[in-house]
Design a protein around this ligand. Sequence first.
Ligand SMILES: Cc1cc2nc3c(=O)[nH]c(=O)nc-3n(C[C@H](O)[C@H](O)[C@H](O)COP(=O)(O)O)c2cc1C
Length: 507
Amino acid sequence: MTSAWDYHNRTSYDRRDMKGGYLDWSSQPGVFKSYPGRSPAPLPRDTLLTTESVQSILAVGNCESDASPINLNRLGKILYLTHTLTAKARVSGGDFYYRSVASAGALYPFELYVAALTVADLKAGIYHHDILNNGLTLLRNGISATELIQGLGFSRDNLPAVVFFLTAIIFRSSWKYRDRAYRYLLLDTGHMAENLSLALRSERLRFRVFYDFEDQAVNDLLAIDSNREVCLAAVCVWAGDGVLKDGPGLEPSQPDLSAYSKVSDGERDYPIIREIHAASSYVPKNNNQRPPFRSQFGLAVDSWKELPDTLEPPDILSYPEAVQKRRSMRNYISREMPEQRFSALLRGVCSDIHLTVIMESSIPDCIGIGLLIGNIVGWTPGFYLLDRTRRAIGLVREGFMMDEMAHVCLDQAWLANCSVHIVFLADFNEMEETGGARFYRHAMMNAGRLGQRIYLLATSMRIGCCGIGAFYDAEAAMLLGLTGRNRMLYLVGAGVVKKWAIWNDRL
Ligand SMILES: Cc1cc2nc3c(=O)[nH]c(=O)nc-3n(C[C@H](O)[C@H](O)[C@H](O)COP(=O)(O)O)c2cc1C
């Protein structure tokens, strides 16, 4: 198997061929990575957080960038806003912790590492973010510009102050989702990348999200076992004078460190996951010069309508509150979503498409966004496409399809009561011709990034939201009218939920 299309197709769910959901609890993977014998240095806790809204953070532009140096306090804030524990539940085996990042099946495959080059009050080195203890575990002392440059490919005179590396531990997801797990590793990592991206925006830092690097060089840098744990994204942050003081260089990696990528004694290998990861490890050249994606996914749009220019909804939660309160909601009630909230949600989704050059962090256009509208004030139910560049919505087909989509999503009946299903689409022909299988990673992580953003925007307006990765793939394509190699990658449902109904009635 060499193509992303092959992988995606072979891991499609088919109603007539579902192989039971048996879970081997004796091999349940651990969800917190630790390095016995190395204690994490605590991160500052009581830092002052912004009171801005998610919407205003998404609108931050270049002129506002703040190049003042990063210190431990600022780094702590960024890490808190990226990945933190948000709730605790008692389960039979002990305590279970929910997190600020959504994750398919609450399996939390992702890990976060920090390469600190020039951070005040923190010695240069490579650290693991220990979310359970809110600390940084030093893995390797010192830092070598050469090793970083080798892995990420930027020049010595433009060195970042910090690089964040986002990895995923394969068995954490494949334990439950088996062959299909690679999809969730990418989507979940995208969710985390967006939290990090928003945290950096809120600090007005200049940054760039990389999906393209030499896999093995980066995995070696992080001292992870690349058969078990793989780096999927790197986020470089520029601040301070960008001059790397010549230090002692990076201490050699200790062989025992890679052993901590193991999460269960009963780990199983899924060859198809190894194959798609290997197939997508080739990085196409001249990625930055590719023409914009043009695909309309084989869909004909009847008429376009610009998104209404509504005011920011009143009483919205601040961005840090939204991060803390974000949860997946499933108790939707059949009530119309006010247009103001709908429009604010979509404006947030479109917001940074114009900021490509500015923050170097815009989510590129290798995916499409569709909207199944069911219950929004002023909008006829139907299937629409969203044009992020023009901030316009185009009608593809009228009709109420929320029940049918709920049926397609493994009969998760509650989805029918959502006001809107936001669907992420890919044209596998165009995707693979342009960027090979590597662009599958881009597409899925971008879908995850926008998914997390929708969660936060929705939460801030007290709208319910839930990501959906479980659906019968061919049925989803058929319902949306996608032909050939066009497919739905991911769905995010949003709507009025019982606990927040009163907030939506007020408008
Ligand atoms: C990629 C992805 C796929 C998901 N798929 C589903 C799904 O099919 N059905 C569902 O009820 N929840 C789904 N979820 C929601 C997760 O179950 C939820 O994020 C997880 O249980 C953690 O709970 P929380 O989001 O409330 O913190 C998905 C989440 C993600 C990120």
